[in-house]
Write a protein that binds this ligand. Structure first.
Ligand code: AMP
Ligand code: ZN
Length: 293
């Protein structure tokens, strides 16, 4: 009997997710949010493959937020351009400096830099696509990310987020829909896939700030190992868990709370002034040079 090719199996699983959850429809305008890493590269590659195989009339482009971090961002942008060339898709790049952010100042805030980066990404990954007229954004979030979050938050008895654990988060007039074609596959599979296809990617931990000030999740790699270890003796662990989680998600009420409009920028938020506008203001107040220079 012919042995199953794991790469082929992986590819089928992702394409089946796009099909089953109706992630893409004719007429959609889709941005592939690429970070430069292996996960978003795999998600982007297979989304493009799906659209082309089905011959769907869909406007599809790569989208990247350049963080203007010296010695890092240029290299990441180069990788993104190579990935987009392989996908044969045009690229849209925005620099955080164009949006009023100075990473040198942000790095000096008390808030850990990874947390500030997260605020900036979440905000710009919604606002820019919407303003450009796109209705969907594809991200590289994968099963290991969701499962890590799942275990940690169940242990912390925090359940409000579970309703968002789905391959498709539909949008509304203020929020673009978020597509997660890698919902049922893990990080290691994404890496193997990129390598088998010769897709270049950058190593996530290239960020010069990570080792000094990232306090977000020092245990992430251990959780990933735990999930990989279980998958060794229970190969369907990820997929079965994620199927269960997705069924749980639709049973729970939406966790948005009261959605409001930011008083400063008009974007959706749960507070009076959104986290992005608060961050912009806080970094403007940081002294970058000592006074008198
Ligand atoms: P992260 O929050 O860094 O784990 O990233 C989650 C997802 O957001 C990635 O898989 C990408 O799809 C997307 N993403 C992260 N960083 C960027 C970026 N700089 N520009 C565009 N998309 C990004
Ligand atoms: Zn705002």
């Amino acid at each position: 009997m012919k042995k199953k090719d794991p790469i082929e199996g992986y590819e089928k699983k992702v394409l089946r997710t796009i099909e089953k959850y109706k992630l893409i429809r004719a007429g959609d305008r889709v941005l592939l949010a690429l970070s430069g890493g292996k996960d978003s590269a795999a998600a982007g590659y297979l989304t493009v493959k799906y659209v082309r195989e089905k011959n769907l009339p869909v406007d599809i482009k790569v989208f990247h937020i350049n963080f203007d971090i010296e010695g890092l961002s240029e290299k990441v942008e180069e990788v993104i351009r190579k990935q987009a060339e392989i996908f044969d898709v045009p690229v849209i790049i925005y620099h955080v400096s164009e949006m009023g952010i100075d990473m040198k100042r942000v790095a000096r805030l008390k808030r850990p830099i990874c947390s500030s980066c997260g605020v900036i990404k979440r905000y710009l990954m919604n606002r820019i696509p919407r303003e450009l007229g796109f209705n969907k954004i594809v991200t590289g979030h994968h099963a290991d990310d969701f499962l890590t979050f799942f275990f940690k938050n169940v242990m912390g008895e925090n359940f409000s987020w579970i309703s968002k654990f789905l391959p498709l988060l539909p949008g509304d007039d203020k929020r673009v829909a978020r597509l997660r074609p890698l919902f049922f596959v893990g990080g290691e599979e994404n890496r193997q896939f990129c390598e088998s296809k010769g897709i270049p990617y950058s190593i996530e931990d290239l960020c010069p700030h990570v080792y000094v000030s990232c306090r977000i999740d020092p245990t992430r790699e251990m959780w990933y190992k735990f999930i990989n270890d279980i998958s060794q003796w229970r190969p369907d662990f990820r997929e079965r868990m994620m199927r269960g989680v997705a069924k749980l998600a639709v049973k729970l009420p939406q966790s948005d709370g009261q959605l409001r409009t930011c008083k400063v920028c008009g974007e959706p938020t749960s507070t009076e002034i959104c986290a992005f506008c608060r961050l912009v203001k806080a970094q403007e107040e940081i002294e970058i040079e000592p006074k008198g220079k």
